[in-house]
Design a protein around this ligand. Sequence first.
Ligand code: AMP
Length: 331
Amino acid sequence: MTKEKSGMEAKKAVLDKIKQYDKIVITRHLRPDGDAIGSTKGLCNALRLSFPNKDVRVINCDYSQHLAFLGSEDPQVDDSFYEDALAIIMDTATLDRVSNKKALLAKEIIKLDHHIEAESYGDVVWVEDYRSSVCEMVADLLKSFSNELRCDKQIATLVFAGMVTDSGRFQFAETSGDTLRLAGFLLDFGIDTTTLYANLYLEDFSFQKFKAKVIENMDITKNGVAYTYVSQNMQKELSLSNEQASCSVGFMDKIKGSLIWLAFIENDDGSTRVRLRSRFVTVNQLAQKYHGGGHAFASGATVYSEDEMKALIEDADSLLGQYKSNNGGWL
Ligand code: AMP
């Protein structure tokens, strides 16, 4: 019950702070996913609709080609705009991952996030790490204050898109009864899910070929850590964006006995981005050991040499070995 109470207080503090400002800039993390884009644009449009006299903008310094169908963001503004503005930073545990660093110039900051608290920042903080997405929190805000905050089909679609993508179509462990009730609240605005899912999930022929290559190159350790390496060469050969290459982690998630799977994606500066995913076994501490962090079952890290990559794979293998020897019942 404490969680609910503090949640309601935090939500109320967020809305109260929003009401105090005429200018609001909303930003999110770099390399945005559906949750980052859906939550920022969804909240922005809801605030514009609810408070037509406020100047509300979503400003960032990068975007996602794949998610461009969700609509564009606003151009950068002069520093002076920020002086008396409120910044809302969403889906971002640490300030180094903020896409629009100018948000830090704002008079006050709201942190609105669902990641495990890694850095404390912001004048008003609403962080609930048990939530399946920040979009779920936005849906909650819209539903809880439906007498003051307006929503429509387009806003509902943006927020729902983030909920669907960040929860893996409502299959990840964080999906709760509340997640589905809030998704239902949004669906009632008449979302065209056929078009939304087509935009989100249909793939080019060449991407299907890339999937086949990743699976072919995949290896597995003795305890069941599946891993694959996507080199710069492969990315160039198949004309893959970094974002497309990063999807490779998702191709390894259906192997029996493999409770941890890793994608190593070579960056153009020689370092390698690691995407860690797991079932039952928590991997965020492992990610922290390799310059990263994240959620219990979905984390990110970076390795700077082949030796470091091997060490990470070995650590993941022992972690999984340990888990299997202490637990039964997994698949
Ligand atoms: P990714 O595989 O990059 O999508 O990362 C999965 C999750 O881990 C993301 O939701 C991020 O919150 C988190 N994450 C990724 N990279 C880092 C990092 N370098 N430091 C802290 N958290 C990270």
